[in-house]
Design a protein around this ligand. Structure first.
Ligand code: ADP
Ligand code: ASP
Ligand code: MG
Length: 404
């Protein structure tokens, strides 16, 4: 008997028919003699609708209450899935995050899973139940409900798979696997049979929403092999694992991230310690900084520009304008009309021409590059957001399908 964790995203449970469809996938797995633990997201656009409801009441809702509100979306779907399974004649029980023993840090809205106490889940499995757990949520040390950040149900599923030492963790979604680019945007995108944790982590971090990046981080840490597959077609999906059969692909994927903002500070004194001051103040506020560019000093001053996520932009600007004496507040500028476009692939480490090829694709479309950052397995550029989709398609066409 195997223990299988199956996660179903919002579109997979969007309406009654979809809920019934999911219930039949689950019961087929159960009928085959497996123990099944299921993680579900809120139906369809429920989470977005809940956020809108909060905005109608308050421009800046208290984070604790926001989590209380958002967690309700998943409560609806677990109950419906459990009912559908019961309706089909199989035993099922739904559990909220706290009932399933998901203990998190206290950061409302972006809590991290610290541990999972599996006692209750195991007891329900021992009774023969299919266990349906609310994704995206847990409880903190103050006994308050927390949520894990957008797309967090993937992380719930991986955490449960790790804690339960599951034999399989399947992430069901509305596409049939991980592609070399968003298949809804790039029609020539290629479905991958396999991808490594590291490549998937880069893709997820750089904007491919098909898996949440924390879920991939956790899967790698606990060596949980993931399968990403469609809840609508019963076909094998993409395996995410440590080592894959290299298909001689230089590039695994092309992604865009529009959740970025660029902050530039001009005329800061060209003296040692200024970068330290800026980035330590931002770090103290938990603001992650990504691509950094510093100009060559001239006449005793220099310019520094960097990117942060859009949600952190206002706070970052406030910190820079108010807490660093060397910075003239008038010289701090924010630009939110930008996008980060990236190519990812372990093969790039050994291919010096990859960057040139990417830049050529942009040049051919007359798309200007504002900033560049590279690592062993990725190259990212910052461009005008307006051209992001066009850039992804153009870069994708340069690299994929791979030529021998
Ligand atoms: P779920 O609700 O099941 O969690 P998401 O909407 O979070 O689903 O993620 C699935 C979506 O991710 C797909 O509909 C697809 O448009 C998008 N996506 C972006 N990049 C990729 C990629 N490289 N491969 C597959 N899907 C991608
Ligand atoms: N419902 C949450 C969201 O929309 C969590 C998830 O779907 O993974 O972000
Ligand atoms: Mg998702």
């Amino acid at each position: 008997m195997a223990l299988i964790v199956q996660k179903f995203g919002g579109s997979s449970v969007a309406n009654a028919d979809r809920v019934r469809n999911v219930a039949s996938i689950i019961t087929d797995t159960y009928k085959a003699g497996n123990e099944v633990v299921v993680v579900v997201s809120a139906q369809g656009d429920t989470t977005d609708e809940l956020i809108d409801k909060a905005k109608e009441i308050s421009a800046k809702p208290p984070k604790r209450e926001m989590d209380m509100l958002l967690a309700s979306g998943e409560q609806i779907s677990i109950a419906l899935v459990a009912m559908a399974i019961r309706e089909m004649g199989y035993p099922a029980v739904s559990l909220l995050g706290w009932q399933a023993g998901v203990l998190t840090s206290s950061d409302y809205g972006s809590a991290r899973i610290k541990s999972v106490n599996t006692t209750r889940i195991k007891a329900e499995l021992a009774k023969g139940n299919i266990v349906i757990v609310a994704g995206f949520q847990g409880i903190n040390k103050y006994d308050d409900v927390t949520t894990l950040g957008r797309g967090g149900s993937d992380t719930s599923a991986v955490a449960l798979a790790a804690a339960l030492h599951a034999d399989k963790c399947q992430i069901f979604t509305d596409v049939d696997g991980v592609y070399t680019a968003d298949p809804r945007k790039v029609k020539d995108a290629i479905k991958l049979d396999e991808i490594t944790y590291d490549e998937m982590l880069e893709l997820a971090t750089l904007g491919a929403q098909v898996l949440n990046n924390r879920s991939v981080e956790m899967a790698k840490k606990y060596n949980v092999e993931l399968e990403v597959l469609s809840s609508l077609t019963r076909q094998p999906g993409t395996m995410v694992k440590e080592v894959v059969n290299m298909e001689k692909m230089l590039v695994r994927g092309v992604t865009k991230d529009v959740n970025v903002a660029r902050i530039s500070i001009t005329e800061v004194p060209d003296v040692p310690g200024i970068a330290f001051k800026i980035f330590s103040k931002l770090a103290a506020k938990n603001i992650n900084v990504d691509i950094i560019l510093q100009s060559v000093g001239r006449e005793g001053t220099k310019d520094i520009a960097f990117t942060v996520s859009k949600d952190n932009a206002d706070l970052a600007i406030e910190v820079l304008k108010t807490s660093i004496a060397e910075i003239n507040p008038d010289n701090v500028k924010l630009d939110t009309g930008i996008a980060k476009v990236s190519v990812v692939g372990a093969g790039m480490e050994t291919h010096p021409g990859a960057a040139a090829k990417m830049f050529e694709a942009l040049y051919e479309r007359n798309i200007n590059i504002q900033m560049i950052s590279t690592s062993e397995i990725k190259i990212s550029v910052l461009i005008d957001a307006e051209y992001a989709d066009e850039a992804v398609a153009a870069i994708h066409a340069k690299f994929l399908p791979p030529v021998e």
